[in-house]
Design a protein. Structure first.
Ligand SMILES: Cc1cc2nc3c(=O)[nH]c(=O)nc-3n(C[C@H](O)[C@H](O)[C@H](O)COP(=O)(O)OP(=O)(O)OC[C@H]3O[C@@H](n4cnc5c(N)ncnc54)[C@H](O)[C@@H]3O)c2cc1C
Length: 427
């Protein structure tokens, strides 16, 4: 291990590519190791890239980046067994887009190419099997049976981080804090997509669903429009799958068959299928993020925000990749890669939206464990809407009487108030 890299980054997802790109651009000798045959081949996102974080790395964003469609419609739909009610935030006609749909196979591959163009080495098809440790200090990795040395290792190897486990950083994955996602990409002509989702040419929609399946499992569904395809999927808590003895794939099938979903994907051809885990426990499941010679970024550090609205992980991954790169640059100037020096990474994250959001929404995971969110409330919303618009030749009831009638047998008024207060506090 005579020849050392300045930094070895494990995992070419958004966290690893961001860190590797920024360090390579600074002239550091960087090795980015990815187990997939190409970056993105093993990755999965719904996926919408939310917010402008990428523009901090690539100032000409959104130009020259393989984005699918700017999202001009954000929709939240409640499903009962046979009906649906939607809240539709339609920003058509404005120039402001707070998200772009992406396909990870294209996006991650493009990102890894930027790392190479900046002078970094990207080694794909290479699994990092272990860490090299000397006196409890990380000094490199073992990959393909070889030891490779580095001043610092950045573990950006995703949700089930082998690197963080090997460093003994206290990884806390458990069925209650991990969700299983399954997704299909369904090919359709662009004009059909625009017609069905009521968006202008080139624009897109993100639709989130509450109330998938009949069992009321902790989870939700999504439909995102890409240029020439639709991403359709479900994300379900592992514990809920185990308790209900269900498979995520079966939930996806029943979701696709729902009368409000089926017409949107009708006559499309499935061109991709993927499954992936996502950390959902936020701050409470976060491992330690640094040790002597190593930092942890992105999903490997459980930096995903799950508040029931949408899953946001990519911008947190990129922001942590940026903070990791900055920390390594400063450590290099000091010539000190010890934990005391690297710990400023946590201070940077604490100062940014990453820790602020995860702290602010710390109690969201507990709130989202409420089973009423997934069956009783979607049924209630759908039942209410149907009754309010129903004309049956009988004397009409005032809205409050309709509400009382629909609550009966589903949720007590006291439970509704308690859940409302809990929602106010946590999400
Ligand atoms: C179903 C689903 C829907 C989602 N939807 C959204 C969304 O719409 N918007 C959003 O912002 N987020 C979404 N997320 C979350 C988002 O995908 C993640 O938060 C994000 O990908 C994290 O990036 P990362 O770089 O930390 O990890 P990853 O993207 O998981 O990348 C880790 C990389 O490390 C590689 N790797 C792992 N182990 C090794 C090893 N030992 N050696 C070498 N390489 C290794 C993997 O192959 C992978 O390429 C979703 C997640 C799921 C599962």
């Amino acid at each position: 291990m005579d020849d050392k890299f300045d930094a070895i980054i494990v995992g070419a997802g958004p966290a690893g590519c961001t860190a590797a790109y920024l360090l390579a651009k600074e002239g550091l000798e960087v090795l980015l190791v990815e187990r997939g045959n190409y970056a993105g081949s093993k990755n999965m996102t719904g996926g919408v890239l939310y917010g402008p974080v990428l523009s901090r790395v690539f100032p000409d964003f959104p130009l020259n980046i393989p984005l699918e469609r700017p999202i001009s419609r954000h929709v939240l739909t409640f499903l009962s067994a046979s009906s649906a009610v939607s809240l539709d935030a339609n920003a058509a006609g404005t120039e402001i887009h707070n998200g772009y749909s992406i396909l990870r196979a294209k996006f991650d591959r493009w990102f890894a190419k930027q790392v190479e163009d900046a002078g970094g080495i990207v080694a794909t098809g290479l699994l990092a099997e272990d860490l090299v440790m000397v006196d409890n200090r990380v000094t490199g990795i073992v990959a393909g049976g070889d030891e490779m040395g580095a001043e610092v290792v950045i573990a950006a190897d995703g949700v089930n981080s082998l690197m963080a486990q090997k460093a003994g950083l206290g990884v806390r994955l458990a069925p209650h804090n991990v969700n299983q996602g399954v997704k299909e990409v369904i090919k359709l002509p662009p004009e059909v997509i625009e017609d069905r989702f009521n968006v202008a040419p080139g624009e897109g929609a993100a639709v989130h669903y509450l109330g998938i399946g009949t069992e009321g499992v902790h989870g939700g569904g999504f439909l995102y429009t890409n240029k020439e395809s639709i991403s359709v999927g479900v994300v379900v808590q592992l514990k809920a799958l185990m308790e209900h003895n269900l498979r995520a794939i079966d939930l996806l099938e029943s979701f696709k068959g729902h009368p409000a979903v089926k017409p949107l994907i009708k006559s499309g051809t499935t061109v991709e299928y993927s499954a992936h885990l996502v950390p959902a426990g936020g701050r409470d499941m976060m491992p330690r993020l640094c040790t002597d010679g190593m930092l942890v970024a992105g999903d490997a550090g459980a930096m995903v925000l799950a508040t029931g609205r949408a899953l946001e992980g990519i911008n947190y991954a990129m922001a942590s990749g940026m903070a990791a790169a900055e920390t390594v640059k400063q450590a290099r100037q000091k010539g000190d890669y010890s934990r005391q020096s690297l710990v400023q990474y946590e201070a940077m994250l604490a100062d940014s939206f990453v820790f602020k959001d995860l702290e602010n929404f710390r109690s969201a995971a507990g709130f989202l464990d409420n089973p009423r969110l997934y069956r009783a409330y979607p049924d209630l919303v759908c039942g209410l809407a149907n009754k309010i618009f129903e004309v049956d030749g009988q004397p009409k009831k005032k809205v409050w009487q309709v509400v009382r009638g629909e609550l009966k047998g589903r949720v007590s008024l006291w439970q509704l108030i308690k859940d409302g207060l809990a929602a106010r506090k946590s999400v």
